[in-house]
Design a protein around this ligand. Structure first.
Ligand SMILES: *Cc1c(COP(=O)(O)O)cnc(C)c1O
Length: 378
């Protein structure tokens, strides 16, 4: 069996976790949490980092601290993992699903601009939907599959329409736009360390920001808003969203290996491209020139998605389709979907992600390549 994307645990994970067990520092207090935060902040170039129990909780807290509430709307791409939208819903806000770009599979910025100019009006420093005068408070770009849209353009639009930018950078650790790491371009960025991300702590997340006040609030609200070191005095409704020391220890060990993981991801990407670029009917996600992607999850387009998924499965290769477009999920069918030609459906209908764990062997990649080639020659 060749797995799709599994953790690579070949560094100091055992050593650091054992140290937590030996010293009894397993829970929410302990030195690894701070060390993990510092390493991640240094890596992405943000002033502050706050570790959370997972990426979804990081997104939830970021939106809440950005002031998003149940009277608001938040713009999200229509192709993303469900967690982005769930986080919006937890705040009580309504998502507005924006169709994606056919080339880079990120939020379609031209469509976004047309939508905002035609269907909204900015007054009193807020962007209102003309239809019901609800405020669109924020936009959440999701750096889908580690790729990045034109963030200069997105930031300019957001500025013009008074939208707070909260980045879902969970898939893009190691991705850059014009030399700046994803997650550091908006007000707050969010990372995930679940089982299939580029580094993993089993489950875990991180909020990054340059804003000291937001960073302090994030730490406060993720630790049950306990306001006194000596007493159980809490000054607001908080959450139990902190990452535990045991998992932060794993995070530190994984961060030590991140540069190597990124090199391997690029090698995997290049090997797939050279094996598949001449194959009829196969296409790839494109990146803007200003983007340096992390190549997190190698994904192709094919006219024979169902056949390919079946063929790979029969041969012990784990592959998967892209996420079902958000507007097609039963709980979101009443939400606004902004689209002119439903690119989301088209991309969903054609995409297949192929195995690309950092521990994959070159021979295994070649095996997958020949299965894809074989099918296209039939
Ligand atoms: C992984 C991921 C998240 C966060 O997931 P968690 O499992 O909660 O860490 C959020 N958004 C996207 C797009 C993701 O891929």
């Amino acid at each position: 069996m060749i797995p799709l994307s599994v953790p690579n645990i070949s560094g100091n994970e055992w050593k650091y976790i054992k140290e937590c067990l030996d010293t009894n520092w397993v829970s929410s207090v302990g030195s690894y949490v701070g060390r993990f935060e510092k390493m991640l902040a240094d890596f992405v170039g943000s002033k502050y980092a706050i570790a959370t129990s997972n990426g979804t909780s990081a997104l939830h807290v970021s939106l809440q601290l950005a002031g998003v509430n149940s009277s608001h709307c938040v713009i999200v791409p229509n192709i993303t993992f469900i967690a982005s939208v769930n986080a919006v819903k937890y705040t009580g806000a309504s998502p507005i699903f924006m169709d994606i770009d056919e080339s880079d599979w990120q939020i379609d910025l031209d469509l976004l601009e047309r939508f905002l100019s035609r269907q909204t009006i900015v007054k009193n420093g807020a962007c209102h939907l003309k239809e019901n005068s609800k405020i669109i408070k924020a936009i959440m770009p999701v750096h889908v599959l580690g790729n990045v849209c034109d963030m200069d353009k997105l930031m300019t639009i957001a500025d013009q329409y008074k939208l707070v930018v909260i980045e879902d950078s969970t898939e893009s650790l190691g991705s850059y736009f014009k030399g700046k790491h994803t997650g550091t371009l908006g007000l707050m960025g969010n990372f995930s360390f679940n089982g299939n991300k580029i580094i993993s702590t089993g489950g875990g997340g991180m909020i990054v920001t340059d804003d000291e006040k937001l960073a302090m609030q994030a730490k406060h609200i993720t630790t049950q808003a306990k306001a006194s070191p000596d007493e159980y005095y809490h000054d607001q409704v908080g959450y139990n969203y902190r990452l535990v020391n045991l998992l932060a220890a794993m995070g530190v060990a994984q961060m030590e290996q991140l540069p190597g993981f990124l090199i391997r991801k690029t090698e995997i990407y290049k090997r797939y491209i050279s094996g598949l670029e001449k194959v009829k009917g196969i296409g790839f996600q494109k990146s803007e020139a200003a983007v340096k992607p992390n190549n997190w999850l190698f994904t192709i387009t094919t006219n024979r998605k169902a056949d390919l998924l079946k063929r790979l499965k029969e041969n012990g290769v784990e592959a998967r389709p892209l996420w079902v477009p958000m507007n097609k999920l039963p709980m979101f069918t009443d939400e606004l979907f902004v689209s002119e030609s439903d690119v989301s459906q088209k991309i969903y209908d054609h995409c297949v992600s192929l195995p690309c764990s950092t521990g994959i062997k070159d021979e295994e990649i070649d095996q997958v390549i020949s299965l894809v080639q074989g099918l296209s020659h039939e």
